[in-house]
Design a protein around this ligand. Structure first.
Ligand SMILES: NC(=O)c1ccc[n+]([C@@H]2O[C@H](COP(=O)([O-])OP(=O)(O)OC[C@H]3O[C@@H](n4cnc5c(N)ncnc54)[C@H](OP(=O)(O)O)[C@@H]3O)[C@@H](O)[C@H]2O)c1
Length: 272
């Protein structure tokens, strides 16, 4: 039997979920009837309707008679509040919630979904939109069955985390991780442009640089440090660049930025 799926809050990460699933629509729609959405932002709703057309439906709370088996919570952490009680008729005790909310613990979610047998805390990133996401989850039940993992497996590489205490770190490394790389590429591109290379050429060579590095890492048995050492010959240009990063305490800068992000995740988790 096919099930009903609901996304509550469909911004950046909600659309990444849909893109990833629709890339594999044949498989996806074997198990799922339809992608249903609850979204409070009217402008956003228009954009979503134009983009996904018949593949999605918006829920009208007054008319809806469906009960949803799988519910993805993808609004901002601050929106985990009593407004959600308006949606209570959409769920049964068997509804499984997948929470993507940074900082919010399974115990925070349990307060809103008291009767529900399973809540899954998930951290993932926007590469799910091209089915190359990194997806980490913790669950209230001891494990997830094949059907419960199905939606996550379609989106990329899925890992179970036994201990929820690592989740704030995972949120930074995995959820925010893409932004670190985008920022580095942005710096490279800006420097290329400052030297007179044009914007599209600079972007093209940075794209290719990143793709090549990703592929090489994936095919190599060496760890990251070894890969770096292999391209850093003594007295050469790369060594000059890396030494300059070391002198500027690059490692410390990265450590501090991760620590600050973990702090923010903890703060968002506490904020009502
Ligand atoms: N973006 C990422 O790369 C990423 C990665 C991993 C995890 N996450 C997590 O994913 C969640 C969403 O992030 P995002 O970047 O996609 O945020 P976003 O772009 O702001 O999207 C959230 C959407 O949810 C809507 N919304 C808020 N409360 C709602 C409610 N009660 N019912 C229905 N819709 C509601 C918002 O509308 P309004 O504007 O009207 O409030 C907004 O359009 C966050 O909890 C974040 O921690 C994000």
């Amino acid at each position: 039997m096919k099930n009903e799926l609901l996304i509550i809050g469909c911004g950046e990460i909600g659309t990444a979920l849909i893109d990833g699933w629709l890339n594999k629509e044949k498989e996806f729609f074997k198990k799922i009837n339809h992608i249903n959405i609850l979204e409070t932002d009217l402008k956003r709703k228009k954009v979503l309707k134009n983009k996904y057309k018949k593949n999605i439906s918006f829920i009208d709370l007054k008319k809806n008679k469906k009960i949803f088996k799988y519910v993805f919570l993808s609004f901002k952490p601050k929106d985990l509040n009593s407004n959600l009680l308006l949606y209570k008729d959409l769920f049964s005790n068997n509804t499984i919630f997948y929470s993507l909310l940074a900082g919010k613990k399974i115990s925070d979610l349990k307060k809103y979904f008291i009767q529900n047998k399973n809540i899954v805390r998930v951290m993932l990133n926007t590469p799910i939109s091209v089915n190359m996401g990194t997806i980490i989850f913790c669950t209230l039940k001891s494990n997830l069955n094949k059907s419960e993992l199905f939606f996550l497996n379609l989106l990329g590489d899925v890992h179970k985390l036994k201990d929820e205490k690592f989740f704030d770190l995972i949120t930074v490394l995995i959820g925010s991780g893409p932004a670190f790389f985008y920022y580095l590429l942005e710096c490279f591109q800006n420097k290329a442009m400052a030297h007179g290379l044009n914007k599209s050429f600079s972007k093209k060579i940075m794209n290719n640089l990143f793709l090549g590095v990703a592929k090489l890492i994936n095919n190599s048995e060496y760890d990251f440090k070894m890969l770096r050492n292999k391209v850093t010959s003594k007295g050469g240009t790369t060594e000059a660049a890396i030494n300059s990063l070391k002198k500027s305490f690059f490692k410390k800068i990265i450590n501090n930025s991760i620590n600050n992000s973990i702090k923010k995740a903890k703060f968002l988790g506490l904020k009502k």
